[in-house]
Design a protein around this ligand. Structure first.
Ligand code: PEP
Length: 249
């Protein structure tokens, strides 16, 4: 499988900055066909990003969606609205959604099911907090998050999902998991996938996220169960995000 390099702009970059970003980024990566590329801008920058990356190798994803199709949910964006403008992927259960906005596995599960129904490819994020790692409960936390969402969908939908391992202590902190720590967690997630999917578990991409930079991306992605990366801060500049994409080759 090709590596997937995905960027999460979080609440950064304006719609008016998308055009310059896309020109610089595509100049660097437009011809790299050994890697899959995805960018997840803020909701207001999505239409500009869909337009700027049309006919390119870069797909555009959203950072979140509501758990229902439509209705009286002031301030929310539905997956149907995202799909309608040409968004192809959606991040679900990002640690900021879980720990800043209080999303639980039940809600994330509902979003996962709906994303698949709407034809949006979900990237479902899991990961332990620092105190959970320190107390030795990383695998228990990953199992609970897995069983609360991913483990409840049909095998067909599970096999069509992208998983992202993002240890909370490594997100936006500059503290990257060592390749060994990341690989250990990825191997564990692969074994959870294997309990449901058997051999087909090897076809589900598991991305690593947490302070990925050009300097550490290649080593992380050389691990056998790391199929790509989900990049926050280092995706905000087209040159550093392009350098991470090139690190897959
Ligand atoms: C993220 O937002 O998913 C992330 C991993 O952020 P950062 O790369 O900045 O740690």
């Amino acid at each position: 499988m090709k590596k997937l390099v995905a960027g999460n702009w979080k609440m950064n970059l304006l719609p008016s900055q998308v055009s310059d970003y896309s020109k610089s980024f595509l100049a660097e990566v437009g011809k790299l066909d050994g890697v899959d590329l995805l960018l997840c801008p803020s909701d207001t920058a999505l239409p500009a990003a869909v337009e700027a990356f049309r006919n390119s190798r870069v797909r555009v994803g959203a950072q979140n969606m509501h758990s229902t199709r439509s209705g009286a949910f002031t301030g929310e964006t539905s997956g149907e609205m995202l799909a309608d403008i040409g968004v192809t992927h959606v991040l679900l259960g990002h640690s900021e959604r879980r720990h800043v906005f209080g999303e639980d596995d039940e809600l994330i599960y509902a979003k996962l099911v709906l994303a698949h129904k709407l034809g949006l490819k979900p990237i479902l994020c899991v990961g332990e907090k620092q105190e959970q790692r320190e107390s030795g409960s990383t695998e228990q936390v990953l199992r609970e998050q897995f069983e609360g969402s991913l483990g409840r969908v049909s095998n067909e939908l599970l096999a069509a999902t992208i998983v992202a391992y993002e240890p909370v202590w490594a997100i936006g902190t500059g503290l990257t998991a060592t390749p060994e720590i990341a690989q250990q967690a990825h191997r564990f997630l692969r074994s959870l996938l294997g309990e449901k999917l058997g051999e087909a578990a090897s076809t589900v991409p598991i991305l690593y996220g947490g302070s990925v930079k050009p300097a550490n991306a290649a080593e992380l992605m050389s691990q056998p169960d790391i199929d790509g990366v989900l990049v926050g801060g280092a995706s905000l500049k087209p040159d550093s995000f392009a350098a991470i994409a090139k690190a897959t080759l």
